[in-house]
Design a protein around this ligand. Structure first.
Ligand code: NAD
Ligand code: 13P
Length: 355
């Protein structure tokens, strides 16, 4: 049929909030098939498969409890089946699972020719195809895996639980192809979730990945009890390093993107209320490892900032560019090299001393 058919790939905290928005919008606009498939990585919840609970109760009781999902959203445990005949693919998985999902989609070839994708993932992928290896954009990995598919990105100041409760927020869609950007605008925009579309897909995507590093630093500030001025300083310096990194990583990235929801606004919200902030604080207060804290505190949800920090800082170190990014490198050394958290405010001196 000519109707656009949507498949949501992922069903965590954000994936489920997005299912509520998208499930609603396909019924409000013309041109969309009204059934939306949502791929759920199957697990047991209180002795029952999570997909069965979601389909019976229209609620993701594990990852977004208390929020009713539209009944036209169908939870499906088999990815190839969920994506069968889909023309619009929404990727909303923790970044560590993207490569696996792409491999399955590639093997089964069930998506419709000419399908379009959008990535809501905030993280980087590993470039498995290049000989040098290193981080690459999740959108690039999806394009490479799926026969050159066009991939837009959506990223913004979007803590999932608040959006699921219909509290007003904004977001940013970065498009490569304007018509696809406008199609995804229709799919996502609501009165309480205001979308702005911009022609800087790499900038939007890199903002979403890099702000998680800054949020871990902001959490460390909270763990040390340093106060609001210190946190604002970390946010400001972090934003500057995000801009510098993004523009060096991809020369098409534009400065004004950092003033969209995906830029400054997302840094602020994640440094105030995100999971990366929360676990960064607990890391300082408890001295436990990030793996342990993720298991104890997040109930199956995934932390994105630590592995992004590792990938970004390895990339910089390999190019001898670490000294240009003293905050990122200090957060890295506190996370992975046993550097004392107090150094979060001492990086300028460290940098000077090391010269
Ligand atoms: P989540 O962290 O809440 O949940 C983790 C998900 O991973 C679960 O659905 C789980 O079933 C799934 N999973 C576990 N093992 C898996 C495997 N081996 N293969 C595939 N899936 C597996 O997820 P989320 O919050 O929806 O995050 C998805 C993306 O959206 C992330 O990049 C995140 O940064 C981004 N994001 C999250 C929020 C938010 O507020 N939660 C907001 C904006 C963007
Ligand atoms: P956390 O993953 O740190 O919770 O951030 C959520 C987010 O991306 C808000 O925009």
């Amino acid at each position: 049929s000519a109707l656009e058919k949507v498949c949501i790939i992922g069903s965590g905290n954000w994936g489920s909030a997005v299912a509520k928005i998208v499930g609603g919008n396909v019924t409000h606009h013309e041109g969309f098939d009204q059934k939306v498939n949502m791929w759920v990585f199957e697990e047991q919840f209180e002795g029952q498969p999570l997909t069965q609970i979601i389909n019976a109760r229209h609620e993701n009781v594990k990852y977004l409890p208390g929020i009713r999902l539209p009944s036209n959203v169908h939870a499906e445990p088999d990815l190839a089946r969920a994506a069968r005949d889909a023309s619009l693919l929404i990727f909303v998985l923790p970044h560590q699972f993207i490569a696996g999902a792409c491999r399955t989609l590639k093997e089964h070839r069930t998506i419709r020719p000419g399908a379009k994708a959008i990535s809501l993932v905030k993280g980087l992928a590993a470039d498995e195809t290049s000989s040098g290896s290193g981080p690459c954009l999740v959108s690039s990995l999806i394009t490479k895996s799926l026969n050159g598919i066009d991939v837009s990105v959506l990223s913004g100041a979007n803590i999932a639980n608040e959006i699921a409760e219909e509290k007003f927020s904004e977001t940013t869609i970065g498009y490569r192809n304007r018509r696809n950007g406008e199609l995804f605008y229709q799919l996502f925009n609501t009165p309480y979730f205001q979308v702005n579309i911009v022609n800087d897909p790499c900038g939007v995507e890199l903002c979403g990945a890099l702000k998680n590093i800054v949020a871990i630093g902001a959490g460390m500030v909270d763990g040390l009890g340093l106060g609001e001025n210190t946190k604002a300083a970390i946010i400001r310096i972090g934003l500057m390093e995000m801009m510098k990194f993004a523009k060096q990583f991809d020369s098409t990235v534009r400065d004004d993107t950092f003033f969209e929801s995906c830029g400054i606004a997302d840094v602020i919200t994640t440094c105030a209320g995100g999971r990366n902030r929360r676990v960064g604080e607990a890391f300082v207060r408890t001295g436990k490892s990030f793996e342990e804290l993720e298991r104890e505190m997040l109930n199956g949800q995934k932390l994105q900032g630590t592995s992004t920090c590792q990938d970004v800082c390895d990339y910089l170190s390999q190019r001898n560019r670490g000294p240009e990014f003293p905050l990122f490198m200090t957060i890295h050394d506190i996370c992975f090299r046993g550097l004392a958290p107090e150094n979060i405010t001492k990086f300028n001196r460290r940098q000077t001393n090391s010269k």
